[in-house]
Design a protein. Structure first.
Length: 432
């Protein structure tokens, strides 16, 4: 018998993570209220749907006295909470802490992927390979798949529904989850610190909280070795600095990192190669959409930070890149972070939005030319296509790439970065 609780969810959250939390607790008969401080118009449709399901939605500021009336407070990622609210909550959690507290998780192999770049791609390749090799693996975390989704599967389908869990975690999620677990994590079989786009840039201190005594193996990119050893007190016998000498996928992310994790599980080189041979990547992350008339269209809409754009462009290498970027400035992104991607781009095409306004101002000061901002994805893709076709006329044997890598969130013109990527793919399909 489940005892009904009063549950308070803070924020709709990125990828509707707060919504999924509210629906999870509501589905088990709990009394759920969701508080959102941002304007009601942006979430009117979602709020109406939640209200129909019996979930109360309030668009107002939350105070500490209100928190005391609830049995549990659920925090969505990136939603900051002040100390007075934290101190007044009877219990506080997020999706990953709730998942990791479940007894069934102790029976599973757990992999956590952290670091500033490439987490989603590595997690995707790893889960793909594990499932082809007979495991029942699932991934969740910052990709937008809530831990509550996995937890619901465990509750309703049984403790053995999964053999492996792969969690990708941002600094926010590590810090929050560690707080909500009181630094008492379940056994983690492997934590991988990803390859960095800029090896001279240190990871933020929050990332190192995950490397505690509960971790069996730490996989750390070799260029981060010195920084890692100064930040973490960890048994050196349990650290693997990669790529190792026998790794056949060196400089081929995400396979390079996924291979190292699979080897720690005792997987054989031949079976890994067979599994990787069918891996096609993940939607919206360096996704090859089409090759038309000598122009390759790549959807990297999940590149929501300038650092991610730079990483993608470095991975592409030498090519004529027509970069579609810009959009919303919801997270107050520093426009100068796009300086190096702009140097590598042949053409810059801006989508309409407040971040694009900042980018345009930077380029206006330096004299760099750009196209746009455009009010639709079709217009932006058409403009990029014309530029690519002109380059082909000038250099018939050149490689032309139209890359959607915005460097900003998908809000404003689009519902999310996933919607933005879908709009890009739709625009490419409509091209002649």
């Amino acid at each position: 018998m489940i005892i009904s609780m009063k549950v308070l969810v803070i924020g709709f959250g990125p990828h509707s993570s707060g919504v999924e939390a509210a629906e999870f607790y509501n589905s088990y008969g709990h009394e759920v209220t969701l508080y959102e401080q941002r304007e009601e118009e942006s979430y009117a449709a979602q709020a109406a749907r939640l209200e129909e399901e019996g979930i109360t939605v309030r668009f107002e500021k939350l105070d500490a006295s209100t928190v005391r009336n609830y049995d549990i407070l659920v925090k969505a990622p990136t939603i900051p909470l002040n100390l007075s609210i934290l101190r007044n909550a009877k219990e506080i959690t997020n999706d990953l802490a709730a998942l990791l507290k479940h007894p069934a998780v102790e029976k599973m192999k757990i992999v956590i992927i952290v670091g500033s770049k490439g987490k989603t791609s590595v997690a995707s390749a790893l889960v793909h390979a594990l499932n082809l090799m007979g495991a029942r693996a699932a991934m969740c975390g910052s990709i937008g798949v809530s831990g509550f989704h996995i937890l619901k599967d465990i509750i309703e389908k049984g403790d053995d529904v999964y053999t492996h869990l792969v969690l990708e975690m941002t600094n926010w999620q590590i810090s929050d989850t560690d707080y909500f677990l009181y630094s008492r994590w379940p056994t983690i079989d492997c934590v991988l610190l990803t390859r960095q786009a800029d090896s001279n840039k240190s990871e933020k201190k929050e990332v190192y909280k995950i490397f505690g005594p509960w971790v069996k193996k730490a996989l750390v990119y070799k260029d981060a070795k010195q920084n890692f050893l100064t930040k973490v007190s960890f048994n050196k016998k349990n650290i693997i600095f990669f790529p190792t000498v026998w790794n056949p996928y060196k400089n081929r992310e995400p396979l390079e990192s996924a291979y190292e994790v699979l080897k720690t599980f005792g997987c054989h080189k031949a079976e890994i190669a067979k599994a990787f041979s069918s891996y096609k990547g993940i939607p919206h992350r360096m996704e090859h959409v089409a090759l038309k008339n000598g122009i390759l269209y790549i959807n990297d809409s999940a590149a929501t930070l300038p650092e991610s754009v730079l990483f993608t462009m470095k991975m592409i290498g030498q090519a004529s890149i027509h970069l579609i970027c810009g959009g919303s400035d919801k997270n107050n992104i520093d426009p100068t972070g796009m300086r190096y991607p702009f140097k590598m781009a042949t053409t810059i095409i801006l989508l309409n939005g407040t971040f694009s306004d900042k980018l345009a101002a930077v380029m206006d000061r330096t004299g760099r030319k750009y196209l746009g901002p455009y009010n639709s994805m079709d217009e932006a893709v058409d403009a990029a296509k014309k530029e690519a076709e002109q380059r082909i006329e000038e250099k018939p044997n050149s490689t032309q790439i139209i890359l959607l890598a915005p460097g900003s969130p998908g809000y404003g013109m689009f519902d999310s970065e996933f919607d933005r990527g879908d709009k890009f793919k739709d625009a490419v399909k409509r091209l002649g």
